[in-house]
Design a protein around this ligand. Structure first.
Ligand SMILES: Cc1cc2nc3c(=O)[nH]c(=O)nc-3n(C[C@H](O)[C@H](O)[C@H](O)COP(=O)(O)OP(=O)(O)OC[C@H]3O[C@@H](n4cnc5c(N)ncnc54)[C@H](O)[C@@H]3O)c2cc1C
Length: 425
């Protein structure tokens, strides 16, 4: 539903997971709401391509993590517990790792989190996750590569130790056959959202209420919930009038977005590369920041693979720009597959059609998801604090102290911000 821009009790800026959750909560409380969304679609960083690969493919969020704590998981039908079938194949210099090597890899992984947790209490306030990560072992760089660039979209050295530990996720990890973007699109369908309506200026201390301005005109509300990603806020895309309090501006700065990009590659024929449906494919690295990619083969026994690249390697490809970056990422994915699987990979997978995300160049995300800079573990709490008695509230994945960086965290933070905004003086 494309809604006209009219005044409302509560304005929500952004129709991603946080904005949709906030708008639904406001409606359920019996108040009026308007959502202004910069893009021409809902979902934000959760976006499903319905059929280019012959099946849905999520450009952004892929799993509903921590399903038992995740409000979105309760709304999703048919979520499939990926962990129930998960298997991994790890290659070393083009050959599959042997059983003993995998056992050593598992042991290195098992040692990682306990080591960081045991360092927590005595660590200096500005400790990063890298400061206590095991080093020097044969598998340590591979574990760090997973825990930093692949899972958190940023190097361990960029992340605050305590925030890193506080935002660790565990299962169940659900995959949705129809895609997470499609789930959010359905949840937004009945909401009064105006698309293609970026908010350029927000006056948040006027006597008459909060006033949003942009090409759409002007909208007045009793309170506003802003869900734009922290990188978009840090870029000054929305001019706040008056300026935000210094501690809020600092919190935005202290929660930058890392980068994770994805590719979707379709099978050319019957060759499934010896990989079972849902199997993971990865390779051992010598350095945490190697441009290695990880893959998930044939989800739901479908005809495509998903590939992931994170951290500085993803930024390096993204810096080639929106024209060249996605093509360079696809080339890189094929080169990575060839490293592990040889020339067979190029025969088994098509170059076209293929999909590649480009979240770093997307002006409404400017990255994938947030981490806290070392020493700034309290930034999420600060950003989530209501301003002007609840008239201005921030919400989104970056505001959730526990499920940060996830759609589930964004959803919960949107619901919480709705309660704060509804209680605004
Ligand atoms: C590649 C990738 C993989 C991921 N994998 C997972 C995963 O497996 N599981 C998981 O839980 N999470 C994952 N995430 C993270 C997850 O997608 C995000 O944490 C979540 O979607 C963020 O929701 P949000 O509502 O906070 O922000 P967004 O989804 O970014 O929504 C904010 C909205 O605000 C809009 N906006 C911005 N500025 C303005 C403005 N000035 N005016 C109006 N509108 C504006 C944007 O267009 C956007 O729609 C992944 C993300 C990426 C990119």
């Amino acid at each position: 539903m494309e809604a006209a821009v009219t005044d409302a009790d509560i304005l929500v800026v952004g129709a991603g997971a946080a904005g949709i959750a906030a708008a639904r909560a406001v409606r359920e409380a019996g108040s009026s709401v308007r959502v202004l969304e910069a893009r021409r679609r809902p979902g934000g960083r959760a976006w499903t391509d319905p059929g280019t690969l012959g099946a849905p493919f999520d450009y952004g969020a892929t799993w509903l993590h921590q399903a038992e704590e995740n409000g979105l998981a309760r709304l999703a039908e048919g979520g499939f517990d990926h962990d129930s079938v998960r298997s991994h194949r790890c290659h070393i210099d083009g050959r599959p790792a042997g059983a003993t090597e995998i056992a050593q890899y598992d042991a290195a992984y098992a040692a990682f989190h306990p080591r960081l947790r045991s360092a927590r209490d005595a660590a200096p306030p500005d400790a990063s996750a890298a400061d206590f990560a095991p080093r020097g072992g044969y598998w340590d760089a591979t574990v760090a590569h997973w825990e930093g660039p692949v899972i958190c979209a940023a190097p361990l050295a960029a992340m605050d130790l305590r925030d890193f530990l506080d935002t660790q996720l565990s299962g169940p990890n659900l995959l949705l056959p129809e895609g997470i973007g499609a789930l959010l699109e359905g949840l937004a369908a009945e909401l009064p959202v105006t698309y293609g309506a970026p908010v350029r200026r927000l006056r948040w201390q006027d006597a008459g209420g909060v006033v949003a301005e942009g090409d759409f005109g002007r909208l007045v509300a009793r309170a506003a919930i802003v869900t734009a990603p922290t990188a978009v806020l840090a870029a000054g895309t929305i001019r706040f009038d008056p300026d935000l309090p210094p501690e809020t501006g600092q919190a935005i700065h202290d929660l930058p977005l890392g980068l994770l990009n994805k590719v979707g590659l379709r099978a050319a024929g019957a060759d499934r590369l010896g990989l079972a449906p849902f199997a993971g494919l990865e390779r051992r690295v010598e350095r945490e920041d190697e441009a290695a990619m990880t893959f998930i083969a044939w989800p739901f026994a479908r005809d495509h693979m998903m590939g992931f690249i994170g951290g500085e390697a993803a930024w390096a490809l993204s810096r080639q720009g929106p024209e060249k970056g996605p093509a360079a990422l696809l080339d890189h994915a094929f080169a990575e597959l060839a490293l592990s699987l040889g020339p067979r990979a190029a025969r088994a997978l098509r170059r076209e059609p293929a999909l590649a995300s480009d979240w770093g160049n997307d002006p409404w995300s400017l990255g994938a998801y947030s981490h806290a800079r070392p020493g700034r573990a309290d930034a999420r709490r600060i950003l989530g604090q209501p301003l002007a008695g609840g008239r201005l509230c921030f919400a989104g994945e970056a505001c959730h102290p526990r499920l940060a960086a996830t759609v589930g965290g964004a959803w919960a933070s949107g619901e919480q911000a709705a309660a704060l905004a509804l209680a605004a003086r």
